[in-house]
Design a protein around this ligand. Structure first.
Ligand SMILES: [Zn+2]
Length: 460
């Protein structure tokens, strides 16, 4: 959680204009066009009541299996069961939604679908098979760019977080006049939002809240006593804990190791999605570094500054380290330049992505391709976005993805998106397709880097 709001763009003229526009289309809170928040939707209350009734039919059980979490050490076993977790989470979610403007967001659901589909061992919906599941992550209105999980798989992301990542410029300001929508071919900002979500799912997968809530609320004691009496946490108790949780949520602190663990989970989740880059983490942290510079130019945070996450710079460095290590030290980023095996790869900014962030995206994807032995010319395909099975857009004919596929065709990674119209000749593209010149230079240099390394190492 970050306790400060994102400033609007530094240009006062633009700021004024967007403020005026915001006032004109004031839909209570909707920062993003077309989104309807709960309080504007009277129909949702009935649905909510139905869900509550269904939820109350759930029996409580004290025999849920506790599986070890790979990244987060869980020396102290927790005693909260899946049913208790869900009960408490549902009460907390209801409390949160009473106090905030909350909306279902199709774009967030799409990202969640991609993360779950690509990480079936770790993430799941309520499929009737698993005892724990993720509820659809919802969006809430707040000027503070946060995201968080409640117990029971209830996740929330602030609209300002999404808007901050969707803003084209990366100077720490939010500029509503130049936003990129999520999903489709916008793989860069989507990777950044996906990282925020994946980090939160990391807390869920690592069962971090179970541990910390156990400690905070003494749930193990409660359920032990009730367990001894042959019962479980009553609906009343669960409700009380849930409400308490939301009312004191902003005071809660995850431990440092839980946060590091969640970042690590998040990076791994992204790595498994073909079109999401671990560079999304770099994009996110880099933007927050700019934001912190604006807010606290002397680098000193106020005494009451509450941020449960380890320093943004440290998190950026750790994500960069992850990318370097997964690439066997072959991928490096030095002052916004991409290097493969010590060779600089020319990368250019485009109307949909600034250079620095495109470098981050490429670095993450190339590192993953190396890790899974797909960084060879024989693995390369060029897929027009209109024909891509994911991150597609039937209306775009001048773009394609450079995709690598492993030899047994079980895995793929999108190295980047390039401007090139496959219905035209190369010469025509160079003459008429905007950005194709620079993009083909980048693409050529990447394939050269593959071949140079493989020639030296006999394709191993
Ligand atoms: Zn966290």
């Amino acid at each position: 959680m970050i306790s400060y709001a994102i400033p609007m763009t530094g240009n006062p003229e633009i700021q004024e204009r967007s403020a005026a526009r915001g006032a004109g289309q004031h839909q209570k809170t909707s920062l993003r066009r077309g989104r309807i928040f709960t309080k504007e939707l009277c129909g949702m209350n009935t649905k909510k009541k139905c869900m509550l009734a269904v939820g109350l039919a759930f029996g409580m059980s004290l025999c849920a299996a506790v599986q070890p979490a790979p990244f987060v050490s869980s020396a102290a076993a927790h005693f909260m069961t899946s049913a208790e977790e869900h009960e408490i989470g549902r009460a907390a979610a209801e409390r949160f939604e009473e106090k905030n403007d909350v909306a279902m967001d199709d774009d967030l659901i799409t990202i969640q679908q991609r993360l779950i589909a690509s990480n079936p061992e770790y993430l799941n919906w309520n499929d009737g098979v698993h005892k724990r599941w993720l509820e659809p992550m919802k969006m809430y209105h707040s000027d503070q760019p946060n995201a968080f999980m409640l117990p029971g798989g209830y996740g929330y992301m602030a609209d300002s977080m999404v808007n901050f990542m969707d803003t084209y410029q990366n100077d720490g300001y939010l500029n509503k006049n130049r936003m990129r929508p999520l999903n489709k071919t916008n793989i860069y900002n989507t990777s950044a939002v996906a990282f925020v979500m994946a980090h939160e799912f990391g807390h869920w997968a690592g069962k971090d809240h179970l541990e910390s809530y156990d400690k905070q609320y003494g749930l193990n004691i409660i359920s032990n006593i009730l367990g001894a009496l042959g019962g479980s946490v009553s609906a009343m108790t669960a409700r009380q804990i849930g409400i308490n949780l939301v009312d004191t949520l902003w005071e809660r602190k995850m431990s440092l190791s839980q946060e590091m663990g969640a970042d690590e989970w998040g990076l791994q989740f992204l790595e498994n999605v073909p079109e999401y880059s671990t560079g999304g983490a770099l994009i996110k942290f880099d933007r927050f570094l700019r934001l912190e510079e604006i807010r606290y130019p002397d680098g000193k945070f106020p005494k009451n500054y509450r941020n449960p996450h380890p320093g943004t710079e440290k998190r950026f460095d750790r994500a960069m380290d992850y990318i370097r290590k997964t690439s066997n030290n072959r991928v490096m980023v030095l002052s916004s330049e991409l290097y493969i095996d010590g060779q600089r790869i020319p990368v250019y900014g485009r109307e949909d992505i600034v250079k620095r962030e495109r470098v981050f995206y490429l670095a993450g994807q190339i590192a993953a391709a190396i890790k899974y032995d797909m960084f060879h010319e024989r693995c390369v395909r060029f897929v027009p976005v209109a024909q891509s099975p994911v991150a597609d857009d039937p209306d775009r004919h001048n773009e394609g993805y450079l995709v690598v596929v492993n030899d047994d065709r079980t895995m793929s990674k999108f190295l980047d998106k390039f401007r090139y119209d496959t219905s035209r000749s190369f010469e025509e593209n160079m003459a008429v397709t905007m950005y194709a010149n620079g993009d083909m230079e980048t693409l050529g240099s990447i394939v050269d880097a593959m071949n140079l390394y493989d020639a030296k190492n006999h394709g191993k």
